[in-house]
Design a protein around this ligand. Structure first.
Ligand SMILES: CSCCC(=O)C(=O)COP(=O)(O)O
Ligand SMILES: [Zn+2]
Length: 198
């Protein structure tokens, strides 16, 4: 499982979505009590190894380990707890942050084939929620839970990045890759649609 976390990090780093030491991933190990494996804090995600993860509890604290969990571990645990997801991925892909900047009240997506990669019909209106950034994971978690829609497995954190979740790391990856495409489309076509769709 931890090798899987490392493999996914390297993939996202190669895509430019985990620059420097940015981003973090987690996977649920057990539900009751909740335990997740999460990447440790501050490592270069392009060079991460299977040793660079730690088990955390529902509050994001390390369980029986001196390793330091991701600074955002508590939000991973909250998302997994509330949504029932088996894996949570967080990256700093630029298009996701630019989209949140343009549409701070939520990014509306509609009439796009790639919505199917998000588990929705192309003609459905999907709103990706945006919350303000904070260093306080409790505050971020509360904001996430307030706007949580079980049909929308993603959260944009303004001026920061995006969280996407799924039943496992592979589903989370597919959703993230499709969402990044959708948000990039939205940003790059903004001038065309001004006054019509946005
Ligand atoms: C330059 S990254 C700033 C912290 C952050 O937002 C992030 O995603 C990485 O934090 P971690 O503690 O998981 O390394
Ligand atoms: Zn981050």
């Amino acid at each position: 499982m931890t090798a899987e976390l490392a493999r996914e990090c390297v993939r996202y780093a190669q895509m430019g979505w985990m620059r420097g030491t940015s981003g973090n991933l987690s996977v649920v190990l057990q539900r009751d009590p909740l335990r997740l494996a999460v990447t440790v804090s501050g490592v270069d995600k392009g060079e991460i190894t299977a040793d660079d993860s730690v088990v955390i509890d529902v509050d994001g604290n390390a369980v029986d380990s001196p390793k330091v969990p991701s600074a955002e571990a508590a939000l991973h645990a909250r998302i997994a707890n509330v949504s029932g997801a088996g894996a949570v991925v967080h990256v700093h892909a630029l298009a996701t942050v630019v989209a949140a900047e343009h549409w701070p009240d939520g990014v509306v997506l509609k009439d796009l084939e790639m919505l199917k990669g998000f588990g929705r019909y192309d003609h459905e209106e999907v709103v990706i929620p945006v919350v303000r950034n904070s260093q306080d994971m409790l505050e971020l978690g509360d904001a996430f839970e307030k706007g949580f829609d079980p049909k929308v497995p993603a959260l944009l954190v303004a001026r920061h990045g995006v969280y996407v979740w799924g039943e496992d790391l592979m589903q989370a990856r597919h959703r993230l890759e499709c969402l990044e495409w959708l948000l990039r489309f939205k940003v790059e076509t903004r001038d065309i649609f001004t006054g019509r769709h946005s």
